[in-house]
Design a protein around this ligand. Structure first.
Ligand code: SAM
Ligand code: DTB
Ligand code: SF4
Length: 334
């Protein structure tokens, strides 16, 4: 199989991969996974909502949109100390990257200043930093780079064709523009999507095409499975066939061989066996910690048990660790 890195995939090729016999698809994905990664190592990111709720956008899946009555309490931007304490805890639990999410359409310049200070201090703990703050201007992206930001998360979420059935307050082009600004600023891109929104297989192929044909593949590709939130328009969406999730992960691995593919939201409702299949298909990153943004994540205890059963280790925390030097790769504190 041709393992060249490509950015010119056409939809037919991607649909053919997605529709391969399951075992053929998994075999090919595992084969390419082993060319670029240690198949038994997983990247660990911790997640913290630094500003929760009251978002003006109308994303149909989201607990934090003011357009839906989800009963979520809005919270102000957390103080620097609150965030730093959470980052220290995450680092002690073995996280390599600390991701901070804010429910904004876009950050104001005042809020951006606050986030910049937080980024600099989290980075000083020896953690990689990632933020997701909504849309950015070119200048704002530059400012985040100057503050030392490593990754910016901005998902394309679904296909361009299906997008306006889920979100009407911003466009696909808006999302692509922010990704362009982030890339131009030299910040690594974290961009993926959500499955189970009621989209078709063709939409899933089209989302993958958008991601794989970006000028540079995202360093990190989160694949979220819809967490159904009562009060959102998508709360009653029928469950996605779990094998579709595995197929999307395997296809993402084939299209973007060097990217970290993250099995993101939804793990709390997945069996160990389904998660193991996703790792076999090429997923090599997770959110670790008991909470996502507003919903529970699979507990750290269950993750440790699953990793031990599968012989999986987390990627080592860098040894230049201002908290405590260590070379251990277990996700337990060690
Ligand atoms: N406001 C920013 C934005 O939209 O980019 C950042 C926060 S937003 C919550 C980050 C991502 O979380 C979304 O793009 C979506 O992929 C994912 N997400 C949000 N709600 C979700 C849900 N209920 N289930 C699964 N993924 C979800
Ligand atoms: C991503 O792709 N998934 C995370 C993170 N990036 C910000 C968010 C998942 C949110 C799940 C629903 C919630 O907890 O509100
Ligand atoms: Fe706001 Fe992001 Fe939620 Fe959309 S996904 S409503 S932009 S927080």
């Amino acid at each position: 199989m041709n393992t060249a890195i490509r950015n010119n995939w056409n939809l037919d090729e991607i649909e053919s991969l997605l529709g391969l016999p399951f075992n053929d698809l998994l075999f090919r994905a595992q084969d390419i996974h082993r060319k670029y990664f240690d198949p038994n190592k997983i990247q660990i990111s911790a997640l913290l909502s630094i500003k929760t709720g009251a978002c003006p956008e109308d994303c149909g899946y989201c607990a934090q949109s003011t357009h839906h009555d989800t009963g979520l309490e809005r919270e102000r931007l957390l103080s620097k100390n609150e965030v730093i304490n959470a980052a220290i805890k995450a680092k002690k639990q073995g996280a390599q990257r600390f991701c901070m999410g804010a429910a904004w359409r876009n950050p104001t310049d005042t809020n951006l200043e606050k986030v910049k200070t937080i980024i600099t201090e989290v980075k000083a703990l020896g953690l990689e930093t990632c933020v997701t703050l909504g849309m950015l201007t070119a200048h704002q992206a530059q400012c985040l780079k100057t503050a030392g930001l490593d990754y910016y998360n901005h998902n394309l979420d679904t296909s361009p064709e299906f997008y306006n059935q889920v979100i009407t307050t911003h466009t696909y082009t808006d999302r692509l523009k922010t990704l362009e600004h982030v890339r131009a600023a030299g910040i690594k891109i974290c961009s993926g999507g959500i499955l189970g929104l009621g989209e078709s297989r063709q939409d899933r192929a089209s989302l993958l095409q958008q991601l794989a044909n970006l000028p540079v593949h995202p360093d990190s590709v989160p694949i979220n499975l819809l967490v159904k939130i009562a009060g959102t328009p998508l709360a009653q969406t029928p469950d996605l066939d779990p094998f579709e999730l595995v197929r999307v992960i395997a296809t993402a691995r084939l299209l973007m061989p060097k990217s970290h593919i993250r099995l993101a939201a939804g793990r709390d409702n997945m069996s160990d066996e389904l998660q193991a299949l996703c790792f076999f298909a090429g997923a090599n990153s997770i959110f670790y910690g008991d909470r996502l943004l507003t919903t529970p994540n699979q507990t750290s205890q269950k993750d440790q048990h699953l990793f031990a059963r599968l012989g999986i280790q987390s990627i080592a925390v860098p040894t230049t660790d201002p908290l405590e030097p260590r070379a251990c790769v277990s996700i337990k504190t060690c």
